[in-house]
Design a protein around this ligand. Structure first.
Ligand code: 6PG
Length: 249
């Protein structure tokens, strides 16, 4: 399915647009399938989106929340993606505790916790041998280096094709991350990238040719919809390039 790219006038406009898109996809999933499975991005960008979702009146009992990656720290740690989403959103709404599926980081062994999360996904989605779960929505950010989730350039996690969850590596620090094949099963992947510091990586991610191991966001080609929501600072040059060679965008 094609790539949808929207360059919005500001960060706030990008967050408003991402909220609109997420609400649309939640509604479609709950109407069509009776539930919505959404994977949350970490980092700083999505916090404003999560705060906005918390203000909505949604069928929380039908919404199941997962994470795309997690720093290998306790939930109470300031770097925790789970902690950020709970403070910004999940602690503010009546979502059943059992609908929140955080990545475990308490085994003292990232590989063991990755296996535990994989088992939780297998149980939730009732996947058979060789079958990958299909999430309704996967939210992603993109690092200044072109990474996404905890799929960092030239790391082993980029190569994992037979598992749902892998151990990521950021400068020697372990992370848990969903794998490329699992993300690419999604019905809808939404990247949100804001700020001029994303420009350089975006140019490579959107270039007709560039190394996927160097710019891992290029690996994300979902069987469903792919959306890139950018603010003007991040997407300025892309819009210019697209006007010159629209066939590549
Ligand atoms: C994480 C993320 C990571 C993030 C990007 C962008 O755990 O840090 O999942 O992939 O989305 O690094 O981060 P910002 O939104 O802070 O720019």
């Amino acid at each position: 399915m094609g790539r949808n790219v929207e360059v919005l006038a500001s960060g706030a406009a990008s967050i408003a647009r991402s909220l609109q898109l997420v609400l649309e996809k939640i509604n479609t999933a709950t109407c069509d399938r009776g539930q919505c499975t959404i994977v949350l991005a970490g980092g700083s960008t999505p916090k404003a989106l999560y705060e906005a979702i918390a203000k909505e009146n949604l069928p929380w009992e039908k919404i199941h929340v997962f994470w795309g990656d997690e720093r290998y720290v306790p939930q109470s740690h300031p770097d925790s993606n789970q902690g950020m989403a709970r403070r910004a959103w999940l602690d503010k709404v009546d979502i059943p505790a059992g609908n929140i599926h955080p990545m475990p980081t308490d085994a003292g062994d990232p590989a063991l916790d990755a296996q535990k999360y994989e088992a939780e996904l297998e149980e939730f989605f009732k996947t058979g041998a060789g079958e990958f779960p299909v999430f309704d929505i996967v939210l992603l950010g993109m690092g200044d280096d072109g990474h996404t989730a905890s799929l960092f350039p030239h790391t082993e996690a980029l190569q994992v094709r037979d598992r749902f969850v892998a151990v990521g590596n950021k400068d020697g620090q372990p992370r848990l991350t969903l794998t490329v094949p699992l993300i690419n099963q999604a019905r809808c992947v939404i990247f949100i990238a804001l700020g001029a510091n994303k420009q350089s990586a975006l140019a490579q991610v959107f270039a007709p040719v560039a190394d996927e191991m160097t710019y891992p966001s290029r690996l994300i080609r979902p069987q469903g919809e792919l959306w890139w929501l950018l603010d003007e600072s991040a997407g300025r040059n892309l819009a210019l390039a697209a006007s010159k060679s629209p066939e590549n965008y």
